[in-house]
Design a protein around this ligand. Sequence first.
Ligand code: 87F
Length: 510
Amino acid sequence: MAGGDKKSNAGSSGGGKKKEVKKETGLGLSYKKDDNFGEWYSEVVVNSEMIEYYDISGCYILRPWAISIWEIMHAFFDAEIKKMEVKNCYFPLFVSPGVLQKEKDHVEGFAPEVAWVTKSGKSDLEVPIAIRPTSETVMYPYYSKWIRGHRDLPLKLNQWCNVVRWEFSNPTPFIRSREFLWQEGHTAFATKEEADIEVLQILELYRQIYEEFLAIPVIKGKKTEMEKFAGGLYTTSVEAFIPNTGRGIQGATSHCLGQNFAKMFEINFENEKGEKCMVWQNSWAYSTRTIGVVVMVHGDDKGLVLPPKVAALQVVVVPVPYKDADTQGIFDACVETVNALSEAGIRAKADLRDNYSPGWKYSDWEMKGVPIRIEIGPRDLANNQVRVVRRDNGSKIDISRVCLVEEVRGVLDEIQENLFEVAKQKRDACIQITRTWDEFVKALGEKKMILAPWCDEEDVEKEVKDRTKGELGAAKSLCTPFDQPELPEGTKCFVSGKPAKKWTYWGRSY
Ligand code: 87F
């Protein structure tokens, strides 16, 4: 068996109680989400068949069950950016050292994470070649070549690809891996106004991915000067929160790069008046990290819980034939049920495997997070009904086969909504407003996401980091939310006591 990082790194939450795996099925989880979150997470991603560990640390195999979620998000986002006239492209994986150095100011901090190819076969390469950690330096020399006049603008490109960042801190499937999949959008405009508008349009799409597809509440906001992408002008993000670990997690980022890269890469154009101008640029990305956030937020002690909108399989139909029952009749009813649902566009399949019991199948599909299980037994057959069992709350209802499609559609919508509402309630219960340093430290100890009035000074943020350093990692700002509560005059910064300028979210983070 391959090695890899089997250790739980998702962050634990106390004790390490290990429960006996269910004897009769061999399925089930040996850790509980609230007892040992890190081990629970590792077990869920593997047992649900999303991840297989690999023999290179920080690298994971994404199995079809994970990729199917990625594909659904891809289909949505790709169609949306095409409406915005963004075009897809593909640039090479390899970066020459020359261009990578070109923007050394911002690369400096990231340099230790850049992976290099130094050999082919047994011989050293004349010049080592870097593997893209992001593609600014790969793409922008060509933006400089392709953009000449104002008619070449805007230039809006996106690529769906992998990137490599050789991280050294605790690798975690989906959340922090050395190679991951993402989309990276890189756009250039004649004016800052156009760039500003796009930053927020993209951020809204990211909110939709999280809230409307993944059923995860996020906060839209602006990163502080310390936390923004150093190469850019300003960074916006959607921030999620993991109640079990009390950590914030950056869900996706949309940057306005200003003219920094235009300067470095000489991306200029001639305007209508014949004057030479620099372009305004944006870049934006979301990654397979999204899938990890789904597992962490919705998963439970039976395994994965998938929101219907991103579930490859929305309904699994399981025949429950008793000894003397009309087995063929039950099987036929299962197939007919699947056909009716499929025709209506609902992703359904029948589990007709004859080497597993119904109970085993229930656990199997619960582990994989399928939103609805339909059971059909002799009594259901006799009554022309099916039994519908919800993965999110375990509730069971009998539905007449006459109105199957409408009912199932309704239940799927309810599950989608319920998952969001429950996640939002849990997240909101973790938000705490603090006004003083003592309140802040106490709330941090209670794994809260903290909203605090802040003076917006970099030194003060540095002080927060320094004063909270420790085993669990320092606290930092997550974002300054666009949705600002009222800030009465005279409100003081929770750290410095100076006049507060903004409400800002703080906490530990991934
Ligand atoms: C690691 C190594 C080298 C992050 C890195 O967020 C460079 C970098 O530039 C690096 N890790 N970054 C920042 C990425 C910024 C930006 N790139 C395009 C995005 C969105 C997509």
